[in-house]
Design a protein around this ligand. Sequence first.
Ligand code: SAM
Length: 307
Amino acid sequence: MFSYRHAFHAGNHADVLKHMVLIAILRHMTQKDTGFTVIDTHAGAGLYRLDGDYADTSGESADGIVKLFSALAPARTSDAAIKDVAPIIQDYMEAIAAFNPDGRLKIYPGSPFIVQSELRQEARDKLKLFETHPTDSKALAANIAQLQAGRQVAAARQDGFEGLKAFLPPPSRRALVLIDPSYEIKTDYQKVATCIQDSLKRFATGTYAVWYPVIPRPEAHDLPKRLKTLSNQAGKPWIHATLAIGQDEERNVSGDEEKRGHGLTASGMFVINPPHSLKPALAAALPQLLQVLGRGRGKSQALESGG
Ligand code: SAM
C-alpha cells in the first residue's frame, strides 16, 4: 500500500504538464487582490533531488524537465529549439530555475513548494497539504519547516480526500484544489470522482485540478468522462489537456518497470472552473511541449473544453 514514492518520478513529463498547469492557474489567481486557499490533497515529499538515489534509479526527469531545460532554457539565444516559447512554459521554467540558482538542475520542487512560491504574504494566501505516506509525510514536514512560512502552510498526515472536506468552502470563497493521487490502488479513480462530486456541492465555484495517468485500464479511461459528466451536471466549465510523449523506441520497458510507473508515456489534467486564460495558454504550450518531449510512436497532445 505504501510503495509509491514520488521521488522516483519527480520532474518527469507528467510533472511537467501538471506543474505547468498549476503555475498557470496560480498566476491568474494572484492577479486579484483577495486571498485564496490552495488545498493539495496528495502532496508528496515537497522537494526532490534530481541527482539523488531515487531519481537516479529511474532517470525519469531526463524525459521531462531535463529535456525541456536543455531545449528551451537558452530561449533568449539563437540555440533554442523553439522561438517564442509559450508564456506558461516560460513561467514554469522560471519557477523551477528559481530552485536551482546556480543554473544546474539539481532540485525539483513538488507541488507544495511550487504552490508556496506563488503565494502572497500580504493577501494571506494559504496552503493546506495532505500526505499519508509515513516517510514522505515526515520529509514534507521537515521540508516545510525550513520555509519558515508560519501559518501560511499547514501539512497533515491524513487522507486528502477526507481532509479536504473541512476546507470547503474557504472563508475567502476563493480556492484551488489539486487532486494528484498515485492511482496505485484502482479505487483511487472512484475516490477522485466522488471527491469532485462532493466538493462541487460544498463549493461550486472552486477551481479543481485533477491529474490522472493515461494508461490502458478501464478506470483510467473512464475518469475524464466521469469528470466531464460531473462538471456538465453542475453547470461548470472545464478544460481537459493530455500529453503523450510516445514510446521510447530505444528501451524495452519490463512488466515490473511498467507497474512502478516507469512505462508511463501519457497523462492528463482535467480542470473544473479554469481561469479563462488557461485554454489559449495551453493551446500555445501543448504543441511546443510535444515538439520537445515527444519521442516516438503514439506521441500526441490534445485539448478540449466544455461548459
Ligand atoms: N502532488 C505531488 C507533486 O505534484 O509534487 C505528487 C504527489 S504523488 C503523485 C501522490 C502522493 O499521494 C504520494 O506521495 C502518496 O504517498 C500520497 N497518497 C496516497 N494516498 C493518499 C491519500 N489518501 N491522502 C493523501 N496522500 C496520499
